[in-house]
Design a binder for this molecule. Structure first.
Ligand SMILES: *Cc1c(COP(=O)(O)O)cnc(C)c1O
Length: 416
């Protein structure tokens, strides 16, 4: 159980288990699991798929899994006969209990567990404007693992979780935008004692997100023909591809590689632009986005093992979705399936509608629609949400004051 190697996709070399990059080239690293056959475990949540998660033990008390169910309402509206929804969010009536209501809840637990397993006293640094911050705050509040969250000051009010926030979380609020918060976070992570979570380069994030595909394949006993997801970085798309490669190698889920249908919000759509060659003016982004969790300036597109490889290998495509299309799709989904969804997830619904209308998917084909977030209204009925407090306020240009900032962070993390 829990045995794996981390290998570079460029030179093939075996890397240290917690490496984020290869010394020889810029390719993504990928896990190679010793078990080639997926044997679901009698463990709670995502740990059911422990064989294909890069951890030695489950993280106790965290790691709720998504659910897969066959759609009736939306399927009927769109004229589809074999539509399945992978739902990452809170919908207890259907068995979904992901407390921060997005599929970032799939990335955080394995990443945090690996921080515990490496046991080298490093502190994890996460920069995020929204769902990622909440997912990591939730997971580390369960485990007590130290965490530095770097967020733009405008994101502070969105920083709620259902657990009581741990004293081991230090929230740094940057008076600037998301990009400036990322810059501060990346700088912090270069200092001794701190480590960045690594984004798309972190195999635990990718294999955690891959659970949506694993759960669908196990539930339906086969891989779907098509996979739809809203993307910013596209990490979830890479993860779905990698999970499919493993499932095909397993042999019991068919030999068919699902086509990736990835959807971006126009005009903040660098992956759409790179893939389709359509020029769009994204100079005002992320202003006006339907959901700014999909904002990403530097998606891992052409790097080996990245989004372009995933699209080419699966015969996939990318959609550009307007706010208007997303708004209609959200309404369509919510009325047909009777659960609220995050705006980002509506972008995927809109892409599915487009694909059906233009004949890219057919009535009888099996489709997995990844609803990457939902059920916030449902969570609010049942929990008293707890907002994290800001520990340190800083300026984006605080380069010369890094040492001062680090001292403050260290003091806060030692308060407990
Ligand atoms: C992060 C996020 C996405 C996009 O994820 P990628 O990393 O680009 O695959 C989609 N929906 C929601 C709700 C998210 O939080």
């Amino acid at each position: 159980m829990g045995e794996y190697l981390v290998k570079c996709l460029g030179c093939g070399s075996v890397q240290p288990p917690y490496a984020l990059t290869c010394q020889n080239d810029d390719s993504l690293l990928r896990t190679e699991y010793r078990s080639k056959r997926l044997k679901p475990k009698r463990l709670p949540g995502v740990w059911r798929y422990f064989d294909w998660l890069p951890v030695r033990e489950p993280l106790r008390g965290a790691g709720e899994k998504p659910i897969t169910y066959k759609s009736e309402g939306l399927a009927k509206e769109l004229g589809l006969k074999d539509l399945h929804v992978g739902f990452s969010g809170y919908w207890p009536e259907k068995g979904a209990r992901m407390a921060t209501c997005s599929f970032k809840d799939l990335e955080a637990p394995a990443t945090v567990q690996r921080m515990i397993e490496r046991a080298d006293g490093q502190t994890l640094v996460v920069s995020s404007a929204g769902n990622t911050a909440r997912a990591f705050a939730q997971a580390t509040s369960v485990s007590g693992t130290p965490l530095v969250l770097v967020i733009p000051s405008s994101g502070l009010e969105k920083l709620w979780i259902t657990e009581t926030p741990s004293d081991n979380i230090c929230v740094v609020s940057v008076s600037g935008d998301y990009t400036e918060a990322i810059d501060v976070g990346s700088r912090l992570a270069t200092h001794p004692g701190f480590v960045g979570e690594g984004g798309a380069r972190n195999v635990a994030r990718r294999d955690g997100m891959g659970v949506v595909m694993l759960d669908a394949a196990v539930t339906n006993k086969s891989l779907p023909r098509h996979y739809f997801q809203a993307i910013g970085s596209g990490t979830g798309g890479i993860a779905a591809w990698e999970a499919s490669l493993r499932l095909i190698q397993d042999g019991r889920f068919g030999q068919n590689m699902p086509k990736l249908h990835l959807a971006q919000n126009l005009p903040c759509s660098p992956v759409y632009t790179a893939w389709s060659g359509q020029k769009v003016d994204g100079s005002t982004c992320p202003k006006g986005m339907y959901d700014d969790v999909l904002y990403n300036r530097k998606p891992p597109y052409s790097v080996k093992g990245g989004v372009k490889d995933a699209l080419e290998n699966t015969g996939g495509t990318v959609y550009g979705i307007t706010n208007e299309e997303a708004k209609d799709a959200r309404k369509l989904f919510e009325e047909a399936e009777e659960i609220d969804i995050l705006p980002a997830a509506a972008i995927a619904v809109a892409a599915l509608k487009k694909a059906k209308d233009s004949g890219l998917v057919e009535e009888n084909e099996s489709i997995l629609l990844n609803i990457t977030g939902g059920g916030i209204l449902r969570v609010k009925e049942e929990f008293e949400l707890k907002t994290l407090r800001c520990d340190i306020e800083t300026e984006p240009s605080a380069l010369s004051e890094d040492q001062y900032l680090l001292n403050e962070i260290n003091q806060i993390l030692r308060r407990s």
